[in-house]
Structure formats: C-alpha cells, structure tokens
Design a binder for this molecule. Structure first.
Ligand code: NI
Length: 137
C-alpha cells in the first residue's frame, strides 16, 4: 500500500484528547490512530448519505414483548427477507422488553427497507442500523 505523508494543524486540547484515547486503546502510533479515525469518518459519512450497493450490517432492535402479535410480525418480516438476513440473537431484557440483533447483507436499499419495515411496527421502541461495504479501502 502506498502511503502519503500529510501535515495537520490541530488545537492542542483536541490532540491531547485524541492521544489519551489512543493510549487507552493501545495504538502503537498516532498515525495508526489517525488512519483508523479517517476510515471511520468515511464509513460514517457513506452510511449517513446513502445506503446503496452491496452492504453487510447489523440491525439492533428494542421492542415491547407484550405488544400483541409483535414478536410474530417481526419474525414474519425476517422470513420475508430471508435472502438478506443471516441470523439473529434474541435477548430478553426485562419482563416486557426484548433486544434483537439481526445480521443483514445485500443491496443497501433492501437492507434499509427491512429496517424501516421493522421500525414501522407498533411496539418497536428503538432501531439502529449499522452497515459497511464488504470491501477494503
Ligand atoms: Ni424476549
């Protein structure tokens, strides 16, 4: 991999905070930390601006287990999108709350559709979708 050297000016307190986190996370060099931070920034931006093309990701779902028919509906949705859902983990959080973590893959627009379909169900309290393109950059 070809490397390009750049010079960056930063406020000292920002750099101090960054170095502190690098230390805690065990980075061997500042360059390594900056590379990671830039990669994350790009991923975040691409996720925010458009979920298109091939994607792999995770849907995190928090829902009310006592909402009538909701568990069945959420399972039905997963079966309907069987091409895009690899597996899921169900965690019983409390008497009435469930957490479901669903691993997804496929065309970004479809992954978004799966997520939005779940989000639209009554009794679903929180939904988060994180995706990445399945390639190195
Ligand atoms: Ni449960």
């Amino acid at each position: 991999m070809e490397l390009t050297r750049i010079g960056v000016s930063l406020p000292s307190d920002l750099l101090e905070k960054f170095d502190e986190i690098l230390g805690k996370r065990g980075y061997s060099s500042r360059s390594e930390g900056i590379r990671d931070a830039i990669r994350n920034y790009i991923l975040h931006y691409e996720w925010m601006s458009n979920i298109e093309g091939e994607r792999v990701g995770v849907i995190t779902l928090l829902y009310n287990h006592e909402e009538h028919g909701l568990s069945e509906t959420l399972t039905d949705i997963q079966h309907r999108f069987i091409e895009n859902i690899n597996s899921s983990i169900h965690v019983h959080i409390s008497k009435d709350l469930c957490l479901e973590v669903i691993l997804v893959k496929g065309e970004g627009k479809v992954v978004k559709e799966v997520t939005e379909t779940m989000m639209a169900q009554k009794g679903v309290e929180q939904v988060k979708l994180i995706t990445v393109p399945p390639e190195r950059f």
